[in-house]
Ligand binder design. Sequence first.
Ligand code: UPG
Length: 385
Amino acid sequence: MRVLILGIDGYIGWALALRLVSKNHEVYGMDNLSTRKAVEEIGSDSAFPLPAPEERVNAVKKYLDADIKFYKGDITDKEKLREVIKESKPDVIVDFAEQRSAPYSMKDLDHAVYTINNNLDGTLNLIYLVKEIDPSIHILKMGTMGEYGTPNFDIPESAFIEATINGKKDKIFTPRWGGSVYHFSKIFDSYLLAYFNQLFGLTITDIMQGPVYGSRISEIVNESLRTRFDFDEVWGTVVNRFCVEAVLGLPLTPYGKGGQTRGFISLEDSVEALRTLIEHPPKQGEYRVVNQFMEIHSVNEIAQMVKEAGEELGLHVEIKHVENPRVEAEEHYYNPERKILESLGFTPKRFMREEVKNMIEDLLPYRERLEKFKDVIMPKTKWRK
Ligand code: UPG
């Protein structure tokens, strides 16, 4: 298949590109390199040094004997996006090209406005250009399990549910409630995708993915092929952060009570799940919602796993709860449904307990580099100032 990845320079975008070329798909990618700049803005960097895009493409040629065509461009620039879609003629467009950090979106008004404008402009451009150029293109859009929030009911895996209100039944969009401006931007994306699916008959997979962790996929056979790995208070996600904290000898930082519970997936399983969804598109004109996570854990359980993995590797690891910078439930019910990936033949391969040890092993050679970023680990970005 011909696959265009928007946001190919990111954590999952790059890893997916490697997986797809190794399975003989034709990969085109576009990125405006905004994550690199925004991470620099807060004084941080990827744990693994990142080669420039051209060097990454050369490394793919050298180590995987495959070609990736990289376009530098911003999906909020509709002329550029039109040019890239027309030139690459994709069967499927995978869209990761959004501001993806909850804390970044909560810094101040400017960051909130940027997040909403950037994410929604990109989604609208993509929708309208697919309709204009070739409405049969499958749009595989990265959303988040965070769209649902933490409701006191089981989270369904479907776009719509049947509800009875004041004794009358109707179909309603599955309820969503975000925990940051970023998460709301994804909720608004989902409404747009569902609406334009009904209006234009577009073929869409809207992926509700839980936080991804990990540093390995089988295609990373040389350091120059590594994908980025963030760990600071703004761009790092919880498991990846805890592993870096363990490597640096800093206490692990569960926020508040640490009972926050989420559905997690390893990087390896994430790219393989995405490949499965690419190779098994929905019916033409269908809007498909997929819940993409493999294990449910609380932040406290994760801290415990990372502590044990670190200690097995000879590190001294402490856990120290810190005041929660976010506004979120710290103890709650959590039971999301997951059936679609399994129904397509997908089975997970990597689990958190073993994977955190691999991550610490991968990070240890970079300890000196990570030492330089000790100041950006503790949470400073507060939801309520
Ligand atoms: N948390 C801690 N300690 C930390 C970091 C986070 O307790 O040091 C908590 C945090 O309060 C939250 C949970 O861990 O309750 C998850 O936070 P995090 O890992 O930062 O994930 P999200 O903010 O939900 O966002 C990530 C990605 C986003 C993606 C989403 C998928 O940044 O792009 O959509 O995961 O759910």
